[in-house]
Structures are given as structure tokens and as C-alpha cells.
Design a protein around this ligand. Sequence first.
Ligand SMILES: [Cu+2]
Length: 339
Amino acid sequence: MFSRSFLTTLLLSSLVAARVVPASNGSCTNPVVRKEWRELTDGEKAEYIRAAVCLRGLPSEKYAEIEAVTTRMDELVWTHSTLQPQIHFVANFLPWHRWYLQLHEDLLRTECGFKGTQPYWDWSIDADAQNMPNSPIFDPVTGFGGDGKLTGSTVPGFGRCVVDGPFANTNLTIAMGWPDMNVRGNRLHCFTREFNSAEGSDENGVTIIGDMQVTAYNSRVMNTIYGFDNFEGMVMMLEGLPHAQIHSVIFGDMGPSTSPNEPLFFLHHANVDRAWAKWQGRNATRLSDYSGFNDAAETVSASIDDEMPILELGEVQPIVKDYMDTQAGPLCYTYTDST
Ligand SMILES: [Cu+2]
């Protein structure tokens, strides 16, 4: 999409440019604002997509021993996928993904010269409009492209591809995940989606898209989530219902534990993170409300002082309590519609 010299120029300029890193001494006086995709100008949308494409093209620097990891993006995918049982349906789901989103945003800035802020995708808007398949997020020109289409190819992993938008099959092949959900490595395939309503396929074998289960992530569901008075109840519903259903109604690369392959992963998780921030409301009690277990068997109680696993992805092991407040410690951002 971009010439090598253009990328090199970007890389060099990002090396000398001051990194937009919030103060780590706890003073966050000027938080950056994460906006909903629809609130961005076309220029801001193009800038985010440019940076997201860029990150997918940069060579990896970590996990040298893992053959499937060849790009910077693969490093993020590999980490998320390998840690899957330690970061989902356990207490650290929200703070871990908050850390991960910030790391991704920092990479966009430092390695791809990104000038904007991580956007979020408020899917409850599309759910309330009962028009999920036509969300502007899937726009082929100003968005991320739409549903995967049958290509007629008999090559495994290339039979169904996203064919429009900036990540269409000609631009993006992916090493891990789909079509085998359980095997991460060396499964070269085109970037794909399979919109569905979990109703299987029709008599012609075509996946039934239906309403894409909008009742699982509409504003009614979100209001129920905001109504919980404790962290554990809130996160259980947030993760289990709207978060999980968005992964499964888009499916394709959004389905398995390698889902950061899907560029929308980061806008989806920014919205999940926004829901948590909105629930917290910068209320002192809620900013320290953290409980649950560190394992699925519920034998190890979680503590706000726990370190979070990151494999090779960072130099400093993050601690849960530093990721409770979006405007303190290593974080300094806010969301539009966060109260
Ligand atoms: Cu995840």
C-alpha cells in the first residue's frame, strides 16, 4: 500500500519525534480523547487505517524462535493467543486488555507515526438501529471493509476472504488462526469474516446473517451492565455477553484467540474498555473495585497488586492497580461518552 521509502521515512521520523507518553508520576492533566468511529473526520479515519496497515507490515523483533511470528502485529497476536486462558474469564480481563490497547496505541505512534488517538466502536448504536451488517465501520472506503465473500479458491484458508476495504485479501495474509481455530501457527490465510446470527446456514449452504444477534449488545444490555454495583457482576456480563457476541457474530479472524488479527479487535476492545471506564465513573470506590479469580477453576483469588502476564511483549510487567484508572499512572486518556 505504501512504498518502502515512505515507510522508512515514517520510521526514522518517529525515532526522533518525541513519544506521546503520559507522565508516569501520576499527573495526567491533559488526557487524550478516544472518540467513537463515527465522530472521526474522514481524514482521522484514514490516518488510523494507515497506521493499522503499517503495523501489519513491519518486521517482528520478538519471538525469534516462533516461525509464525514475522510481523510486529504477529507479536501481539501470538501473545494474546498464547495467554488466552490467563486473560479471559478471569479477574484481569479488563485491566489486561486496557494495558494491551495502550501498548498497541503506543506502537502505532512510535513505529508508524500515528498522529491520532485510538478510536472505539460503539456497536450498541448499530444494534439499536437493527442494522449491524451495514454499520459504517464496515464501509469499504472510510471503514474496515465488510463481510467475507466466497472466492471460489480451493486453497485452504483462501476460500472465504474479506474482499473490500484496506485489509482486503490482496493486502493482508495472516499467519495464525483461521481456518483451524485451535492451531495458531503457520496457517497462511486471507483475512476473513463470516457475519452470522449463530443459526447455521440456509439450504444453499449460505451462512444466515440475520440480525447478528443485536439483542446481545444493544443499549438495553449496556444499561443493565452499568447498573451492577460490583466489579465481578459487571465484568461477568460485559465479557460474557456483548464482548463475546461481537467476536462470534463477526467471526472469521475475529472468532479464535488470534482475534487481534482482525483490525476491529482494537476498536471493539476500546468500547469494552470504555464501558468499564464509564461504569467506574472515576468514582474512588469503583476505581479500586477489583476482585475475582486468576484461574478458571476459581482456586486463586485475585488481588489488585497482581502482576499481569505479558510474555515477551513488554519490558515492564504491568500491575493491575496501575491499570484501574485511565487518567493515572501509565495511562492518560478519556473517552467521549464516558460518563
Ligand atoms: Cu482478548
